[in-house]
Design a protein around this ligand. Structure first.
Ligand SMILES: [Zn+2]
Length: 213
């Protein structure tokens, strides 16, 4: 696969899309039809050619989850969304974690619609200077993200009061919250779905916990 021939890597159009969506609210639960209404013809064409790519051509081996309907039972929590049944398990686990170690987990990323996942991917692609292979190791293609799977939802955790700087592997992995999760999360059905050396081709993500469906 010759990267330079992939039309979707048009840096100017990607920049324009991201700029246009910068001020949009509730992007995390946007549908493809809502997204297409916000973009012009060229921008839409780029998104559509992107979502037709096969992630396996780029070293991503995760399962296809689907680009279906956005769940209706989403609970909003500090700007993030979780399906109600997932929220309840998370809330209970966090209460026990607080009883045990006097800390609380915050959510860095919860449910993300497949259309939002394509925006997230384009953001990372730009941040990675349009290095597609590097981007694929850190973020799933739309339809392949465990954040878009309400039945088997993934949540990215961070330490309370933290920001993006402490969810990285070098940091969240060292927190007492992470240690507690490795010892207790399975009691609630949460598991680390991208452990070290995982087969999906995704880097080790100590902050990314998935709830069994
Ligand atoms: Zn994640």
């Amino acid at each position: 696969m010759e990267m330079e021939k992939l039309a979707f890597l048009d840096e100017k159009i990607i920049g324009a899309i991201l700029e246009k969506l910068r001020e949009e609210r509730n992007l995390k639960i946007i549908s493809f039809s809502e997204l297409y209404r916000l973009l012009n013809e060229f921008e839409n064409r780029l998104v559509q050619s992107f979502i037709k790519l096969n992630p396996r051509d780029f070293g991503f081996n995760g399962k296809f989850i689907g680009v279906g309907a956005i769940p209706k039972n989403l609970i909003r929590i500090n700007g993030h969304f979780l399906p109600k049944q997932v929220f309840l398990v998370f809330w209970e686990m966090n209460r026990i974690l607080e009883d045990d170690i006097g800390k609380r987990l915050a959510i860095f990323s919860g449910y993300r619609s497949p259309a939002y996942q394509s925006i997230v991917f384009l953001r990372y692609l730009k941040d990675n200077k349009f290095d597609l292979l590097r981007t694929v190791k850190g973020v799933a293609f739309p339809g392949y993200s465990e954040h878009g799977d309400a039945k088997n939802q993934a949540i990215d955790f961070c330490a309370m009061g933290g920001d993006s700087s402490n969810i990285g592997p070098a940091n969240f992995e060292k927190t007492i919250e992470y240690k507690w999760l490795t010892q207790n999360a399975s009691k609630y059905g949460f598991y680390l779905s991208y452990p070290e050396g995982n087969r999906d081709g995704i880097m080790f993500e100590p902050w990314h916990w998935r709830l069994k469906g």
